[in-house]
Design a protein around this ligand. Structure first.
Ligand code: SAH
Length: 346
């Protein structure tokens, strides 16, 4: 059996330089090929026109360039675009382009499926198949950047890790992808325009604080009462709110950066006065703001968006306590592209 060819994009720049030196070429050739692979997003060695044909053939004999493909694209009447992205092994993830007046945001996936079990999220119903590689995460951003230029005449402005999967459970690859996204050799975007959303894995929040990451942190809180949170996000049993609080304090101490809490208010679940009071108390631990997200129904009707009155109660009590609160209307609902609706339906 022929040995399997390696994914060339799993190599670092230095490894690629070493490869050329070991094969009797110049280290500089590694830089050239690296540029083709990342900033020029080449899908084939044949695209590398400043590399000799012999070298291209040698590369082709040793490596493959795995790449993603936009398998299907749906456009919402609000301009949101949902992409079904086919990976090299045929698995599918979804990524979304969300345009607003001033910016375009890419919402990208970090895992195929998800290992968490949030009861209100469609992705949780797909079991986790595998982590995405760094290049598969990066490529989603490149694909959406192209769509932003094509449909909105400007490059992508923001990225949120709010697609499928729990990014902190695929941390190494997410970090490698963010390094590429922010590097001048990749997309050269500012880390300040990237937000990683996590369901709240305390150990990993401390780790990213230690790593002095420069992106923003959002935490899907949804309840600041352990029993309630465990009933809708069962993994909270293993990562209770005291641990989350402690990790967030650690994050703030190290980074001095405000945290965003994502929060959906559901009828009969977290719409009581005591739920609001608990959130207010939680918001006092570290500087934070709250994004109230509209609930996007996922078929079975177990969860219902709370009444306008309950939402207004949240807003007025938070504001009374000087906590910044934004109400986030969902985009792309008509094509199941909104938060929590990514489930490879097509
Ligand atoms: N695993 C990460 C990122 C993916 S979810 C996380 O948990 O943060 C992105 C956001 O959508 C999270 O805040 C999540 O709680 C929210 N969400 C999930 N299902 C939803 C739904 N049906 N309606 C509205 N928001 C939802």
């Amino acid at each position: 059996m022929k040995p399997q060819k390696k994914d060339i994009r799993a190599l670092t720049k230095n490894q690629l330089r070493d490869f050329f030196v070991e094969n009797g070429d110049k280290a500089f050739r590694g830089n050239q090929v690296y540029e083709w692979l990342w900033s020029k997003a080449a899908h084939s060695f044949d695209d590398m026109t400043n590399i000799s044909i012999t070298t291209r053939e040698m590369l082709d004999a040793n490596f493959v360039i795995n790449h993603i493909e936009v398998d299907a694209m749906q456009r919402s009447n609000d301009g949101t675009i949902k992409n079904a992205i086919k990976l090299h092994d045929g698995l599918i993830v979804e990524s979304v382009l969300i345009p607003t007046e001033k910016r375009t945001t890419a919402c990208v996936s970090s895992q195929v499926g998800c290992s968490l079990d949030c009861k209100f999220c469609a992705t949780a119903r797909l079991k986790r198949m595998r982590n995405l590689n760094a290049d598969e995460i990066y490529d989603q951003v490149v694909a959406i950047d192209k769509q932003s230029r094509l449909y909105h005449n400007h490059k992508l402005t923001n990225i949120v890790f709010m697609g499928m999967g729990e990014p902190l459970m695929n941390y190494n690859n997410v970090i490698k992808a963010i390094d590429k996204i922010t590097s001048p050799e990749g997309l050269g975007m500012s880390a300040k325009r990237i937000t990683l959303s996590t369901s709240g894995v305390p150990k990993m929040i401390k780790k990213i604080a230690d790593d002095e990451v420069k992106f923003n942190l959002a935490v899907s809180l949804h309840s600041a009462i352990d029993d309630v949170r465990t009933s809708i996000m069962p993994f909270n049993k293993n990562f209770p709110l005291t641990d989350l609080k402690e990790a967030l304090e650690y994050w703030y101490e190290k980074t001095n950066r405000k945290i965003t809490y994502e929060y959906v208010v559901w009828q009969g679940i977290n719409d009581r006065k005591e739920d609001i009071d608990a959130l207010v108390r939680f918001c006092k631990y570290v500087p934070a703001k709250v994004n109230l997200i509209e609930y996007n129904p996922i078929d079975d009707g177990e969860f219902q968006q709370a009444s306008e009155r309950a939402l207004n109660n949240y807003i007025s009590i938070l504001e009374m306590n000087d906590i910044v609160v934004n109400v986030r209307r969902s985009r792309g609902k008509d094509i199941d592209a909104a938060c929590g609706q990514l489930a490879n339906k097509s």
